[in-house]
Design a protein around this ligand. Structure first.
Ligand code: HEM
Length: 489
């Protein structure tokens, strides 16, 4: 039987095996339109099927009620093996799963939760708020006329610098009166390098060696040079997350470049999804008069009484105030729902039988990949009516509080919004990510009047990065903004 381009045969109990082209299986269809391929295949073969994509067999589990069953299967399904191999290949750092580092990787991993969640989150949020205001303050033009800039450029410029400073601290040069210029130039170069590297990510993820993408390789190495421990020691206010990773890598006796490359990996994780998510959150808000009015009203309620343009009295936002901003949270969640296209992958440690929510069992082969594709849930019209439409209050109930009851076929769903993954691989930075986007929206709506130049342009997230997280816009759109002047309060 010629299936999937080689001689693999479907064994008893295994899911349907989808034929594709010889050797490459369905790789081309997947690269062109993964959501379309998965939806069409589900229609033909049912909720579970296996396809060959780039030399590997992927078993897709598409029933949202079976989602939790897969996520909980850490006994039979491994996350680390796939993730570490991928990260090592793209970022060029050490293989932390190797016995040489026995135990150390678990320690490094545990730092995420210890520094990005719980009480430390408050400190990070405060630091981000201060950095956002420093970056915005520098950009607030003296005049009160309209300024024009691409919205993507605006968002990337502000969020990259503020996020970078929050995690990696401020260059001591920034504190000198003549140091501002140097700091800004370095930051522009770092942002540029980040974007060059990030643009090559789909090719790198598809297996193209980074040596064949010279601009990306140069950009990654330039970022690593900025993040050498010698450079980081010259910075002030480094986050606990980075400080503790530095200490751990020093104890592990990695070489200096190797340490720096793991910091590039952390920089990428903290920015690659956050930048487009912040873009979509602001873009959708500005395109909807209703959303903009509701967001502005929430920002004014929370910041009422605070100074608008007084550098000596920066805007403050307590944890309770941030938590109370349910309109902004719903906007961000709706933007994430519309733009997220990640794939969750686990590797079968052994042959085993997976029992699905329906009670049906499927045989899984050792070494195969099990894949979950949350976009199927996010764009399911049974769960979200008019799924491609932005509704700013979709995640609010009638009383304006967080809504978390979503249903399919009359049954309540546990996983209805999964932009941050789930289970062992769930994003440890998810709370910080939502906080920083909330702070960004709050400050730009507080400091500026903002308008899209062409409100009728309907951007659709660019699917060429499907599988890698939040999709970017296909192109930039022109933003007009000016400093707000009326007395706040
Ligand atoms: C992992 C999404 C922001 C740190 C992940 C994963 C997703 C994700 C889907 C899991 C990948 C997988 O299952 O293979 C997002 C989105 C963000 C965001 C949508 C913004 C909107 C952040 C931020 C940080 C961060 C701000 C840190 C400050 C990480 C780390 C991992 C990760 C360290 C790897 C965790 C591990 O290896 O277990 N993120 N993320 N993320 N994220 Fe985020």
């Amino acid at each position: 039987v010629w299936i999937c381009g080689d001689w693999r045969k479907r064994r008893t109990g295994e899911p349907p095996l989808v034929s594709g082209l010889p050797f490459i299986g369905v790789t081309l269809d997947y690269a062109r339109d993964p959501l379309g391929l998965i939806r069409d295949t589900r229609k033909k073969y049912g909720d579970v099927f296996t396809c060959k994509i780039v030399r590997k067999y992927f078993t897709f589990i598409t029933d949202p009620f079976s989602f939790s069953l897969v996520v909980r299967q850490s006994k039979n399904l491994d996350f680390q093996k796939f993730a570490m191999g991928f990260s090592q290949r793209v970022f060029g750092h050490a293989d932390f799963t190797s016995p040489v580092f026995s135990g150390s990787y678990r320690e490094v991993h545990s730092i995420f939760r210890q520094t990005l969640q719980g009480p430390p989150l408050q400190e990070l949020a405060q630091s981000m708020l201060g950095n956002l205001q420093a970056v915005l303050g520098r950009g607030l033009s003296r005049e009160h006329g309209w300024v024009e800039e691409g919205l993507q450029n605006f968002t990337n410029r502000i969020m990259f610098e503020a996020g970078f400073l929050t995690l990696f601290g401020r260059d001591a040069g920034l504190l000198r009166s003549d140091g501002v210029k140097c700091g800004k130039t370095c930051m522009q170069k770092a942002a540029q390098d980040f974007l060059v590297f990030d643009r090559a990510f789909p090719a790198l993820a598809a297996g193209v060696p980074i040596g064949l993408c010279m601009p990306a390789w140069r950009a990654r190495e330039a970022l690593a040079e900025e993040l050498l421990h010698d450079e980081l020691h010259r910075r002030n206010c480094i986050s606990d997350l980075i400080q503790r990773r530095m200490d751990a890598f020093d104890r592990m006796h990695l070489d200096e470049t190797g340490k720096a490359r793991t910091h590039v990996c952390m920089l990428w994780a903290s920015q690659a999804n956050t930048l487009p998510a912040a873009f979509w959150s602001l873009y959708y808000t500005l395109r909807s008069a209703e959303a903009l009015a509701a967001a502005r009203s929430e920002v004014h309620r929370v910041l009422s009484g605070q100074a608008l343009n007084d550098p000596d009295r920066p805007v403050s936002l307590s944890r309770e105030q941030l938590d109370s901003m349910t309109v902004l949270e719903s906007i961000i969640e709706e933007a994430l729902r519309l733009s997220s296209a990640s794939i969750m992958i686990r590797v079968a440690k052994d042959n085993f039988t997976l029992t699905l929510d329906s009670g049906e069992t499927v045989a899984i082969r050792k070494g195969d990949f099990i894949a979950l594709y949350p976009q199927l849930i996010h764009l399911d019209p049974d769960i979200y009516p008019d799924p491609t439409e932005f509704k700013y209050n979709r995640f609010l109930d009638e009383r304006g509080e967080r809504k978390s009851n979503f249903f399919k076929n009359g049954r309540r769903l546990k996983h209805f919004l999964v932009p941050f993954g789930s289970g062992v691989s769930e994003c440890p930075g998810r709370f910080f990510a939502v906080n920083e986007i909330k702070e960004f929206l709050t400050l730009v709506l507080w400091f500026y009047d903002l308008e899209l130049d062409d409100i009728n342009t309907d951007l659709v997230p660019d699917g060429t990065r499907a599988g890698l997280g939040i999709l970017p816009p296909p192109r930039d759109v022109l933003l007009k903004y000016r400093r707000r002047t009326e007395t706040a309060g």
